[in-house]
Write a protein that binds this ligand. Structure first.
Ligand code: BMA
Length: 329
């Protein structure tokens, strides 16, 4: 039995695995939990992050507007299922105006680390790079320096220091729809200066796992387990009709997380349901957050569906660890 190292979260959303279900992860039976009309001006709400906060939940949501501007918005929920999303994007404060300069913001992750919640997102600064900010109360938000030079996407923090350093995964990219991409992990003593970049995980170019042959990118903040860091990530295949985004999982070494212990050859989840196959960008499942209960091993995963709506799926630490090992590359 694998064990989550972390806090108990008895009030997280949960549904038992349906009788007869063969998959290692199962969708909430009322998906999608957030439709495209979550705010007055939204075109789509997807690729979003959720954390427990003061007995309830806070979220940072990617809402694309009716003019198709991309920004991140605060959301509030008692149960993790029903959300009230604010009408105006999050306002950040920061010392240097250059840091606050924004072209666009999307695909947020939220990571509780030490005494605060760090938000990382794809931040437009002469092209996409990784924005970083923190909050302690979800009322004021302090933006720090961008972690990297452009072009980069999918900045995802580890939830504690490792070897005395903060660690962040990212996926260097180009300025467009990037037809390549590997996951790297970088270290920082202070959340500002990032270095010691290590290659973690590349694409699979042979026939053994083609769903992740074009690019891969880290998804939610990794979950610490006694078997290693549990990483849920996305993998992309190029087809004659464009990209298909699927979800896989891997176990990383606890002390040297750029070392992959197990990685699934089979995808964990793929766009199968109509709301995942049809939308503004068809055939996309894109995970950005999990909630986990260390007492029971339950995991709830929030994911964007077809770049249009937000879905929720359930699994357990045992299901994922066994899956990584059973189908290891
Ligand atoms: C990626 C990002 C994601 C998006 C995905 C599929 O490059 O832009 O936000 O979900 O493409 O369109």
């Amino acid at each position: 039995m694998a064990r989550i190292i972390g806090a108990a979260l008895p009030n997280m959303p949960w549904q038992e695995k349906p009788a007869g279900e063969k998959e290692p992860i199962w969708r909430f039976d009322q998906n999608p939990i957030i439709n495209r009309f979550g705010t007055r001006r939204s075109n789509s709400i997807f690729n979003s992050a959720v954390v427990p906060f003061e007995g309830g939940f806070k979220g940072v949501f990617r809402c694309d507007s009716r003019s198709i501007s991309m920004d991140i918005f605060l959301g509030h929920s008692e149960d993790g299922l029903h959300w009230r999303i604010e009408e105006e994007p999050i306002v950040f404060t920061g010392a240097d105006g250059e840091v606050l300069r924004k072209e666009f913001r999307y695909d947020p992750r939220v990571c509780f680390l030490e005494d605060r919640y760090y938000i990382t997102w794809c931040n437009g600064y002469h092209g996409p790079t990784i924005g970083v900010a923190w909050t302690q109360d979800f009322k004021t938000f302090t933006q720090l320096e961008n972690a990297f030079l452009p072009f980069n996407r999918n900045g995802v923090l580890f939830p504690r220091k490792i070897g005395g350093m903060y660690m962040m995964m990212s996926r260097p990219s180009d300025n467009g729809h990037t037809p390549f991409g590997d996951i790297f992990v970088s270290q920082s003593p202070d959340m500002e200066f990032w270095g010691r970049h290590r290659h973690m995980m590349g694409t699979i170019k042979d026939n053994s796992s083609a769903w992740q042959s074009t690019k891969v990118g880290p998804g939610p903040v990794p979950i610490e387990t006694d078997e290693g860091w549990l990483l849920i990530y996305h993998g992309v295949l190029t087809t004659c009709n464009g990209y298909v985004y699927r979800i896989g999982c891997a176990l990383l070494d606890l002390e040297q997380p750029w070392k992959v212990l197990y990685r699934s050859a089979d995808y964990l989840m793929a766009p199968w349901e109509p709301y995942e196959c049809v939308g503004d960008v068809p055939n996309v499942v894109f995970p950005c957050a999990t909630l986990a209960d260390a007492a029971t091993g339950r995991i709830a995963m929030y994911y964007g569906c077809a770049d249009t709506v937000t879905g929720l799926a359930f699994t357990t630490v045992d299901e994922l660890v066994n899956f990584c090992k059973a189908h290891a590359l």
